[in-house]
Write a protein that binds this ligand. Sequence first.
Ligand code: ZN
Length: 140
Amino acid sequence: MTDAAVYPLTREQEAELAARAIDARQWSYSPYSHYPVGAALLTASGKIYDGANVENAAYPDSICAERVAAVKAVSEGEREFTAIAVVTQNDGMPCGSCRQFLSEFGLDAVVLIANLKGEIVKRTAVRALLPDSFGPEQLR
Ligand SMILES: [Zn+2]
């Protein structure tokens, strides 16, 4: 992750993703958890798809910001993720379901955790968050 030769993002791209995630967070529907989350996903095509968590009175039907962004991207034809920025009030990390979901489209995707000021507080990758993952290769 620290190898500049393979790290896919510029500092400007990181800042843009963090800003987009902060912006998307305003659309969170989180009346039950009161835990708004914003995400911004950069795909290999260069487009950014944002997302916010959307809760439901039937709690398990709620969906995380990361998966909202991912579904928006995939449903518009994207198949390869480069990076995702996630913003919460306290540097929350993607949940297990989101780690699995993101891995389908980019084990090497960068995961940025940003704070409400847009500062990157953690840089990691889906692969690091989901070691020994189950993926498409198991079903071939
Ligand atoms: Zn999640």
